[in-house]
Design a protein around this ligand. Structure first.
Ligand code: FES
Ligand SMILES: [Fe+2]
Length: 343
């Protein structure tokens, strides 16, 4: 149920300070991450090849990691370089290592064949380190199939219902977006015109506005959205002709740990040209509250599905992007499995 040949977010860079070992599970693979002396991030399987102890309970020695069960030491490529009590290192004493790239303050790990790891496949995003944007990073754990979170991101009609107290707006469910295909995902664009501000901002934004919601969702589950608020203009098609009041990005990644658990990494922030720190505080509080609403709904949905997984669903107009992404995901996984079977 997981795509392997892709970059997954293993965490925010601040989660991995020098000298510490970070344990993460991605797509059922346990990882131990640490930094070499020059700061480069390393990811190895969190399972020693000797007797399968967890390497995140080990210790960093220079650029190496030592398993603290019986002391085998591995270099950053995963090769064993020392076995206590003997001079010979068995040839098969190797732990798997994974390509890692740090970009936009995210630690990206390639979970598939290392030879196919191409950093150009990392989706565009705006990180908290970008000086022009006040991006605030966070994360949340969902006890649910990550594909349900993916569905949620591809259908914003739920804003009207799940988020009626935070985002709200009947106009989200009433309008259909334009969906276009990308190589590894979809772009979803929607203008909502002459509408009240998002509920959680209505104490400071009291007028009527045009809003652009323009996002991409790319395999395995990286969501990057431009959200802009304009004074309500006269245009009924294309970009708003009102004045731009607020320009924001939100970058999100839903990373499956296992079949029924995922970590949701996210950020939201405004351009420093259109907003001050207080707006950043407001967005940060707003997205947290809203994602707790998603979490409650999706975790309960997942429990229902698990009780009776084969019961059919019903499709409505808003499911278009959801269904197309599921097809792309299933095809990609099937192609990877067929490739593995052929090898
Ligand atoms: S399990 Fe790691 S050294 Fe024995
Ligand atoms: Fe939501």
């Amino acid at each position: 149920m997981f795509v392997r040949n892709c970059w997954y977010v293993a965490g925010w860079d601040y989660e991995l300070p020098p000298g510490q070992i970070l344990a993460k599970t991605i797509a059922d693979q346990p990882l131990a991450l640490y930094r070499k002396q020059d700061g480069t991030a390393v990811a190895v399987e969190d399972r020693c090849c000797h007797r399968h102890a967890a390497l995140h309970l080990g210790e960093i020695e220079g650029d190496c990691i030592r398993c603290m069960y019986h002391g085998l030491k591995f270099d950053a490529s995963g090769r064993c370089v020392e076995v206590p009590g003997q001079s010979r290192v068995p040839e098969r004493a190797v732990v798997r290592s994974y390509p890692v790239v740090e970009r936009d303050n995210w630690l990206w790990v390639w979970m598939g064949e290392p030879a196919r790891a191409d950093a150009d496949l990392i989706p565009f995003s705006v990180g908290p380190g970008d000086p022009d944007w006040d991006m605030r990073p966070s994360s949340m754990r969902f006890e649910a199939d990550y594909r349900l979170v993916l569905d949620n991101l591809l259908d914003f009609s739920h804003l009207t219902f799940v988020h009626r107290k935070t985002f709200g707006g009947e106009d989200f469910a009433a309008s259909l977006p334009r969906i276009s295909r990308m190589e590894r995902g979809f772009r979803v664009e929607r203008w909502v015109r002459d509408t009240p501000a998002l509920v959680f901002t209505q104490h400071v934004m009291t007028g009527r506005y045009d809003m652009l919601i323009d996002y991409t969702v790319q395999l395995p589950c990286v969501f990057v959205m431009r959200f802009q608020v304009y004074e309500a203009g006269k245009a009924t098609e294309g970009p708003s002709d009102g004045k731009l009041l607020l320009d924001t990005w939100t970058c999100q990644s839903v990373v499956p740990a296992s079949a029924g658990e995922c970590t949701y990494y996210f950020s939201w922030g405004a351009s420093k040209a259109t907003a001050g720190r207080e707006v950043g505080d407001l967005l940060y509080a707003g997205i947290h509250k809203a994602f707790l609403e998603d979490k409650e709904m999706i975790e309960a949905q997942y429990r229902n599905i698990r009780r009776d997984p084969d019961r059919p669903v019903i499709n409505i107009a808003h499911d278009a992007a959801v269904n197309q992404m599921r097809i792309l995901l299933d095809r990609t996984i099937a192609a990877e499995n067929a490739g593995l079977a052929a090898e």
